[in-house]
Design a protein around this ligand. Structure first.
Ligand code: C2E
Ligand code: MG
Ligand code: MG
Length: 543
C-alpha cells in the first residue's frame, strides 16, 4: 500500500486485496483507517504518526479488520519516502498476515500447559498453580490440598473397547470432575487415567473429605462409550498443606503415596497421606494457624465471672476468662484453644494481653466507682517458666496504672504447674506476693500436690476443682474430698473457694462445712465486661 503524505491511499497491490478483501477501486483516495479493528487505542495511532512524520520507519503488529469485519494480524512495516528536498511525499506499507502464526504460538503455549485430550491443565501447569496457591495459603493462613485420583478399571475399558472409547471416557470423566469442584479449584490430567485436583482456600481438612465424596459421586453414574454402559470407580489420595509439606513437589509426592495406599485397600478407596494424624491434627492445625492472627485481628475478648464470699455474699473477685470468636469457626471453647496456645507458646503474648486487658478493665471500673473486688487472671506454665515472670507482671501493672497491692490482682495457677519446679515457682511467686499480688491454686485436687511443697509456696487461695463440686449433692465420696480440702485449707491458713457451683444444695453443703467463697453459674456465668456493673450490683447468694 502506498499513501500520500496525508495518508490517502494511492496504490494497493493484489496481496492487499487478497488479505483485506477490499478491491483497489474501493480504497483509492481513502485512508488506512478503514482497516482499524478498534483494538488499538488512539495513543497507538498517534505515536505511530509521530514517528512516521519524523521520518522513521515503523514496524508493528497491527490487529486489523478485513472488509467482512473479521480480525487478522498483520506484521507491517511503514516507510516514509522523501523527495529530493527531503520532504515526505509518500508512505509505503508492506506487510504479512501473521494470524496463523500467532495462533500457532498461542496453541503451543496452550499445549505446553494442557492435556490435548481433555483440555485440562497438565502436570506442569498444576505444579505452577500449586506453587502460587501455597504462597497464598501461607499468606492468608488457609489450607490447600492436592487430591490425586485414578479410575479403577480404566485399563480394562481401554483394552477391550479400544482407545477411542478410552479417550471418550476420559473426556467425560474430565467434564464431570470439573463440574464437581469450585471454579477456582484446578482439575488437571496427568498421565493415562490419573487426574489431580488442587483445592484452595480450605477451612478444614473435613472440606477435602467432602470434595472427595462429591468427586466419587460424580463418577458413579455409568459412562456411555461405544454404545456400551461402563461403570468406573475412583481411588483417591490426598495431601494437605501445610500438614504434609510446604513445597509443591513434596505435596504431590505425598498425595501419590496416599493414592498408592488407597489403591492397595481396594477399589474406590480414599486415603489422606497423614491418615492417623489427620483427625487430631487438622482441627488443631487449623486452630493454630488461625490463633496466630487472633490477637492482631481483635478476635480475643475477656469475660468475667464473679467470685462471691459466702460470709456476706459480696463479690470479692472477678475471674478473667478468655473468649475467642473466629469469623468463620464462631465461638471456640477455651478448653480447645487454650491448650493450642500453650503448646505453641502463643500463650505468652496472649497471657500478657489478658493481664493487661484485665488490669485496664479493673481501672476503668474503679474510675466508674465500681470497687471492692480484684481481678483474677489464669497463668500458664510457659508464662511461669519465664525467669522474668514476676517482673513482667509487675511491669504490666505499672503500665496499666494498677497498684499491685491493695488486693487488685490474683493469679491462678494449677497445682501441677506449681509442682513442676517448686523452687523456681516459689521464688518467682514470692516476689509477686511481696508486691501484694494474691496467688491461687486453680483446679485444686486434680493434680498431684505434695502437701509439704504446698506449704512452701506463697499461696493464699485453694480453688476446689469443679469436678468435686458437680456431684456434691449426691456423691458421698465428693463430699468427703471437699471436707478434706476444707480442713487442709484451714490448717494451712488458706482461703478455700469452690468452683462450678450450680445448685443450691451444693451451696448449702459448702456453707455448712465452712467454705469461704464460691464461683459458679448459681450466681453468674462468665459475662462480658459491659454486663458486669449490673451483675456485681445484683449478684445474690440464695439464702
Ligand atoms: P478455669 O480457670 O478453671 O476456669 C473456670 C471454668 O469453669 C471456666 O471455663 C468457667 O466458664 C467454668 N465455669 C464456671 N462456673 C461454672 C459452673 O457453674 N458450671 C460449669 N460447668 N462450669 C463453670 P472456661 O471459661 O471454659 O475456661 C476453661 C479453662 O480455660 C479455664 O479453667 C482455664 O484453665 C483456661 N483459661 C481460660 N482463660 C484463660 C486465660 O486467660 N489464660 C489461661 N492460661 N487459661 C485460661
Ligand atoms: Mg481459673
Ligand atoms: Mg478452675
Amino acid at each position: 500500500m502506498v499513501t500520500d503524505a496525508g495518508g490517502r491511499i494511492e496504490y494497493v497491490n493484489a496481496a492487499f486485496e487478497a488479505v483485506t478483501g477490499w478491491r483497489r477501486e474501493e480504497v483509492l483516495g481513502r485512508t488506512p483507517a478503514i482497516l482499524r479493528s478498534g483494538l488499538h487505542d488512539e495513543g497507538f495511532y498517534r505515536r505511530l504518526w509521530t514517528r512516521l512524520r519524523a521520518g522513521e520507519a515503523v514496524r508493528e503488529v497491527f490487529a486489523n479488520r478485513r472488509r467482512d469485519g473479521s480480525l487478522y494480524h498483520e506484521d507491517k512495516t511503514i516507510t516514509p519516502v522523501r523527495d529530493a528536498t527531503g520532504r515526505i511525499t509518500h508512505f509505503v506499507s508492506t506487510g504479512r498476515d501473521v494470524t496463523e502464526h500467532l495462533r500457532d504460538r498461542e496453541r503451543l503455549a496452550f499445549l505446553a500447559h494442557h492435556d490435548p485430550l481433555t483440555g485440562l491443565p497438565n502436570r506442569v501447569l498444576l505444579l505452577e498453580r500449586l506453587g502460587q496457591s501455597l504462597a497464598r495459603a501461607r499468606r492468608h493462613g488457609r489450607g490447600a490440598a492436592v487430591l490425586l485420583l485414578d479410575l479403577d478399571g480404566f485399563k480394562v475399558v481401554n483394552d477391550s473397547l479400544g482407545h477411542s472409547a478410552g479417550d471418550a471416557l476420559l473426556r467425560e470423566a474430565a467434564r464431570r470432575l470439573r463440574a464437581a469442584v469450585r471454579d477456582d479449584d484446578t482439575v488437571a490430567r496427568f498421565a493415562g487415567d490419573e487426574f489431580a485436583l488442587l483445592l484452595e482456600d480450605l477451612a478444614a481438612a473435613g472440606d477435602v473429605e467432602r470434595v472427595a465424596a462429591k468427586v466419587r459421586r460424580a463418577l458413579e453414574p455409568p459412562f456411555e462409550v461405544a454404545g456400551r454402559e461402563v461403570s468406573l470407580s475412583a481411588s483417591l489420595g490426598a495431601a494437605l498443606h501445610p500438614l504434609d509439606g510446604d513445597a509443591p513437589e513434596d505435596l504431590l509426592r505425598c498425595a501419590s503415596t496416599a493414592l498408592h495406599r488407597a489403591r492397595a485397600g481396594g477399589r474406590g478407596g480414599f486415603r489422606f497421606y497423614a491418615a492417623e494424624m489427620r483427625a487430631r491434627s487438622d482441627r488443631r492445625l487449623d486452630l493454630e494457624s488461625r490463633l496466630r492472627h487472633a490477637l492482631d485481628r481483635g478476635e480475643l475478648e475477656l469475660h468475667y465471672q464473679p467470685q462471691v464470699r459466702l460470709a456476706d455474699g459480696r463479690v470479692t473477685c472477678l475471674e478473667a476468662l478468655l473468649r475467642w470468636t473466629h469469623p468463620v469457626l464462631g465461638r471456640v471453647p477455651p478448653g480447645e484453644f487454650v491448650p493450642v496456645l500453650e503448646e505453641t507458646g502463643l500463650i505468652v503474648p496472649v497471657g500478657e494481653w489478658v493481664l493487661a486487658t484485665a488490669c485496664r478493665q479493673l481501672r476503668a471500673w474503679r474510675e466508674a466507682g465500681l470497687t471492692g473486688f480484684a481481678v483474677a487472671v489464669n497463668v500458664s506454665g510457659a508464662q511461669l517458666a519465664r525467669p522474668a515472670f514476676a517482673e513482667e507482671v509487675l511491669a504490666v501493672l505499672a503500665r496499666e496504672g494498677v497498684p499491685p497491692g491493695g488486693g487488685c490482682l490474683e493469679l491462678e495457677l494449677t497445682e501441677s504447674l506449681l509442682m513442676a519446679d517448686v523452687e523456681a515457682s516459689a521464688a518467682r511467686l514470692a516476689r509477686l506476693r511481696e508486691a501484694g499480688v494474691r496467688i491461687a491454686v486453680d483446679d485444686f485436687g486434680t493434680g498431684h500436690s505434695s502437701l509439704a511443697y504446698l506449704k512452701r509456696l506463697p499461696i493464699q487461695v485453694l480453688k476446689i476443682d469443679r469436678s468435686f463440686v458437680a456431684d456434691l449433692h449426691r456423691d458421698p465420696d465428693d463430699r468427703a474430698i471437699v471436707r478434706a480440702i476444707l480442713a487442709l485449707g484451714r490448717s494451712l491458713g488458706l482461703e478455700v473457694l469452690a468452683e462450678g457451683v450450680e445448685r443450691r444444695e451444693q451451696l448449702e453443703f459448702l456453707r455448712r462445712e465452712g467454705c469461704d467463697a464460691m464461683q459458679g453459674y448459681l450466681v453468674s456465668p462468665p459475662v462480658p465486661a459491659e454486663a458486669l456493673p449490673r451483675v456485681v450490683a445484683t449478684a445474690r447468694l440464695p439464702s
